[in-house]
Design a protein around this ligand. Structure first.
Ligand code: 0CN
Ligand code: SF4
Length: 401
């Protein structure tokens, strides 16, 4: 394939050498780095034989794989970027170990929410979803390509249509609004979020002031806050001293499901120090999936020099994983996908920890492992702290389909 003008052709296969064509597993890494520099890229086979006066091909092979780019000689900017990018990835090359945290990636609540939309798409060509079904751009883009329409407000949903509520839950006001608009609702709220809403109502009904530990502006927090008038929000230990309650002997707390376990313990301790009669939901409301992913990553961060967390930037549980590894002293980055990885992160790094937030599809993790294998031999190990078997039943509206 000839590189299109002004574009770097990133090889996904290198041809023209003796023997069979060589795969280029690191193509996504090279592609991502070039795009970040604003250089247009195309992907396709590169043939070293075609390299000539018009076209410059930079390629290298190691361990049965290759790294190659091709660019028109006249395209000076693209040529320079191509050369420096290939150089940067070569410098980051070498054999390494990838330690996978287990559990990682999709949880039962995300599986269920995604299935709700998928099943409804079998019945209807267009399915409205209020907010992102889960906080992952790949999940959202995939469902969008199959007919899902994501809206921020119910006002954007045509009257009498069906709307799916996201895994993060909604406040009672949103439910009333849907009723007022005669919308058919399919509720994909995770049952573990629904449980927190029920606790909020129960704690308020016994006359307690309810304190929610969580992050302001997060959709789950907005939904839970809407259950009880005057629920207080506490985001940190520092917030605790400022909480005003009418009766310090009647205080209950709840938590967002996707918080950092250790930070939350500190906040609950601070609340209990201020309100000794504090009551709560047992230990906290942090869900099993959030807890398990954090526990698994703790051991991975201990034995690796770099941690990559696959997840989107608005995903609370994914962000908490990055913070956990960083707090343990291991440099950690949140990556949307393989294309987000930077060569300088990997320079001299022989042990990489890899995990994914509860909303990140498992295939994105596989793609990272495959791409790292394009930079040198990779041995993959798994650090498993528990095995998840939990499944949630689907809402009755989609169960039969
Ligand atoms: O990333 P998510 O969609 O949500 P947060 O971590 O931002 O809460 O993961 C699924 C969790 C839920 C509810
Ligand atoms: Fe449910 Fe936890 Fe998954 Fe959120 S992260 S959807 S609360 S299981």
């Amino acid at each position: 394939m000839t590189p299109p003008p002004g574009t770097v052709l990133v090889a996904d296969e290198l041809r023209g050498l003796p023997g069979a064509p060589l795969a280029c597993p690191a193509a996504a890494l090279v592609d991502g780095e070039l795009r970040r520099q604003g250089i247009p890229t195309a992907r396709g086979p590169v043939d070293v034989v075609l390299s000539g006066v018009d076209t410059e091909t930079t390629w290298t092979t190691f361990g049965g794989v290759a790294l190659a780019v091709s660019v028109r000689v006249a395209d000076t900017e693209a040529r320079l970027a191509a050369k420096s990018t290939v150089g940067a990835w070569l410098a980051a090359g070498g054999p390494r170990t990838v330690v996978l945290a287990a559990p990682r990636s999709f949880c039962a609540g995300v599986e269920r929410a995604v299935q709700v939309v998928e099943r409804e798409l079998v019945r209807e060509p267009r399915v409205y979803v209020r907010k992102q079904i889960v906080h992952n751009t790949h999940v959202v883009a995939d469902l969008e390509s199959r007919g899902a329409v994501f809206v921020d407000e119910l006002a954007e949903v045509p009257p009498s249509s069906t709307v799916v509520f996201s895994a993060h839950g909604v406040s009672p006001a949103v439910r009333s609004d849907a009723d007022a608009r005669s919308l058919r609702v399919i509720d994909a709220t995770c049952p573990l979020v629904t449980k927190v809403h029920a606790e909020a109502r129960r704690f308020a009904a016994r006359g307690d002031t309810v304190i929610l530990i969580g992050h302001a502006g997060h959709e789950e927090v907005d939904g839970t806050l809407g259950e009880v008038p005057d629920m207080r929000l506490v985001q940190s230990v520092a917030d605790v001293s400022a909480v005003a309650v009418p009766d310090p002997t009647r205080v209950s707390y709840l938590t967002q499901t996707t918080l950092a376990v250790d930070e939350t313990v500190s906040i609950i301790d601070a609340l209990r120090a201020r309100f000794p009669a504090l009551r709560g939901p047992g230990s906290d409301d942090i869900c099993y999936a959030t807890t398990n992913r954090q526990n698994a990553l703790r051991g991975v961060a201990d034995r690796t020099e770099l941690v990559l967390v696959v997840g989107s930037s608005n995903s609370s549980n994914s962000q908490r994983l990055v913070e956990l590894a960083s707090r343990q002293g291991t440099p950690a980055y949140l990556i949307e996908d393989v294309g987000s990885i930077r060569p300088q992160w990997l320079m001299g790094v022989r042990a990489v920890g890899l995990t994914a937030g509860a909303s990140a599809p498992p295939r994105l993790v596989d793609e990272v492992v495959a791409a790292l294998g394009g930079l040198g031999a990779v041995s993959v190990e798994e650090h498993e702290t528990t095995r998840e078997t939990i499944e949630f039943t689907l809402p009755s509206a989609v169960r039969g389909s």
